[in-house]
Design a protein around this ligand. Sequence first.
Ligand SMILES: [Zn+2]
Length: 125
Amino acid sequence: MAVRENLSKLSVLALRKRREGLTRLLPPLGEIMRGSLMERYLTCGNPDCKCARGERHGPVWYLSVTLDQSHRSGCTVPGEQVEQVRHWIENYHRVKENLEKISNINRELMRRHRKQNKKTKKAGK
Ligand SMILES: [Zn+2]
């Protein structure tokens, strides 16, 4: 996770511009996959196979997905799909990072708005 920037030093205009830039940098939301890609060595289950004696098959590409604290899921990824899966996983992280940044900007903008409101109320008295 990136270090939290000090947004309070940026102007409202700069914050809005940055937010706009971040939304433009979002990858297509249909091209997303959560999980991690790893190489695995597998056993095939045949007791007479060399893999039963420790010489496992592979490496094969495997997608591992954490479902919750105690559950994982996963599947092997065919070689011709590895690049796409890798790309989709990158997209997932990019979306997540950008959403977090946009959310931080919006919180800062809300804070500014509140400040501005207080000022105008005082001025009106
Ligand atoms: Zn085997």
